[in-house]
Design a protein. Structure first.
Ligand code: EPU
Length: 423
């Protein structure tokens, strides 16, 4: 495990370009296995979750080629599934990321059976998959978990069905879409997730020959087809990477222009930062955030898209530790996502957690301490806290950060942050 040493107290000023969306990449990379021919995925972020997924695809028999990146180009990956053999991804890889469960939908659609080790990923809370199972079952599969492996089997081709999700689940929406793409007949997903990466996946699938309608609304209709061609598809930008740097700008009283964003996807974050007193300028292709001294306290409630994203909650909580009053942070997506709070308290933050709510009493400053990145976004939150704090902060277990952030040390250093990675 490596650590990050951050020297706080420097305003971040400059430009940062965000990469392709992690949560699109980890859905579209496995989706390419549904096709009979090769696909090219563009703007693939250079993060550990993508490397692990590419390893899994290779293990299953697909040919994965990374194109060399030239200055002006985003990274591209070609996946050729023609050598695909029915197999099980190894636990050592599948256990590293949550999104390995998308292979259930994909392999079930292709082979009528799938065995995937129970998914890993951020371990901030118990993460059930009952809604995925409900969807697969409706499509005709039987699903059981044995010895830590999820085993799904269908007697033949999956059959389209009506699925009403009991909770709005991004993962279940995506997994059922993947399975239904090659099913016989029409599948309707009601109470579907509306996140932009659900739309991104639908756009890839449709480009490859699928018939998916309604992605981005809460009813998605998939008419099954017998085969998909490959397609070339560019991932949408990562709105959580963008949100993290926007918050870092406001938190350090800095001035950062975040490039390669879709501002519409960031409206809830932009609006909340403006409420804290930051100046937020949306210019179509980029968003500029200028800090304005000590942030004002605000109330945050995480919600499914287009509400405030849970994946930016930990970062904005870090910023609110130094607000000029008391902020309330309510987490409605995950039953508890407050592991970062104990670490922030080591730095002098005053936070009380009661169930799904954190009461953050602003202090005048944080002080550097030794803290632990317990998960991906907690790591991002502690980095922001370290950038605001007086003195040096040592963040342990930063592999969590590298799972989902592309070259964070390089990007932050380019805007004046003082931080170094120590392997
Ligand atoms: N849920 C169920 N049953 C299910 C599935 C979900 O009860 O079968 C519940 C969960 O417990 C949670 C809520 O539904 O309370 C939402 O979970 P969802 O399924 O939407 O989450 P996910 O698909 O597992 C994705 C992202 C997460 C992000 C959530 C919410 C990926 C790989 N992960 O997870 O991203 O927090 O959606 O937006 O797409 C991150 O990037 O840091 C991250 C954790």
């Amino acid at each position: 495990m490596s650590k990050l040493v951050v020297t706080g107290g420097h305003r971040l000023i400059g430009r940062i370009r965000v990469g392709g969306r992690k949560n699109s990449a980890v859905a579209i990379l496995p989706a390419t296995l549904l096709a009979d021919g090769p696909s090219i995925v563009e703007s693939v972020p250079d993060i550990q979750d993508v490397s692990v997924y590419c390893e899994i695809l290779r293990h299953l028999g697909a040919k994965v080629t990374h194109f060399p990146v030239r200055d002006s180009e985003a990274p591209r990956v070609m996946i050729d599934p023609r050598g695909l053999a029915q197999g099980t991804p190894p636990e050592s890889l599948a256990g590293k990321l949550r999104a390995s469960y998308y292979l259930l939908g994909v392999l079930l659609a292709r082979y009528g059976q799938a065995e995937v080790p129970f998914p890993g990923g951020c371990d901030f809370v118990t993460r059930p998959i009952d809604q995925h199972v409900k969807g697969f079952t409706a499509l005709g599969a039987t699903v059981k978990v044995e010895d830590g492996i999820v085993k799904a089997r269908a007697p033949g081709r999956l059959v389209g069905a009506h699925v009403y999700l009991d909770v709005v689940s991004v993962g279940a929406t995506i997994n059922i879409m993947l399975a239904a793409t090659l099913a016989d007949g029409v599948t309707v997903i009601e109470n579907a997730a509306k996140e932009p990466h659900v739309v991104d996946l639908a756009n890839y699938l449709n480009a490859a020959g699928a018939q998916v309608k309604g992605a981005g609304t809460d009813i998605i209709r998939i008419t099954g087809v017998t085969r998909l061609e490959g397609a070339t598809h560019a991932l949408i930008p990562d709105e959580i990477e963008a949100a993290t740097y926007m918050i870092a700008a406001a938190a350090t009283d800095g001035d950062i222009t975040v490039e390669n964003v879709i501002p519409k996807h960031l409206e809830s974050v932009s609006a909340k930062l403006a409420e804290t007193g930051a100046e937020v300028e949306d210019n179509g292709d980029y968003i500029r955030v200028k800090g304005n001294g000590r942030p004002r306290p605000v109330a945050i409630k995480t919600l499914p898209y287009p509400g405030f994203p849970t994946d930016a909650q930990e970062q904005i909580t870090a910023m609110l530790t130094v607000a000029s009053g008391t902020s309330l942070v309510t987490e409605t997506i995950w039953e508890s996502r407050f592991k970062h709070v104990d670490e922030l308290k080591r730095m002098g933050a005053q936070i009380t957690v009661d169930g799904r709510m954190a009461v953050v009493e602003g202090v005048t400053r944080l002080t550097g301490a030794s803290v632990k990145a317990t998960d991906l976004r907690a790591g991002a939150a502690l980095t922001i806290a370290g950038l605001m704090a007086e003195g040096e902060t040592e963040i342990l277990d930063i592999e969590h950060i590298e799972r989902g952030y592309e070259r964070p040390v390089e990007k932050l250093s380019s805007v004046g942050a003082k931080l170094r990675k120590i392997p």
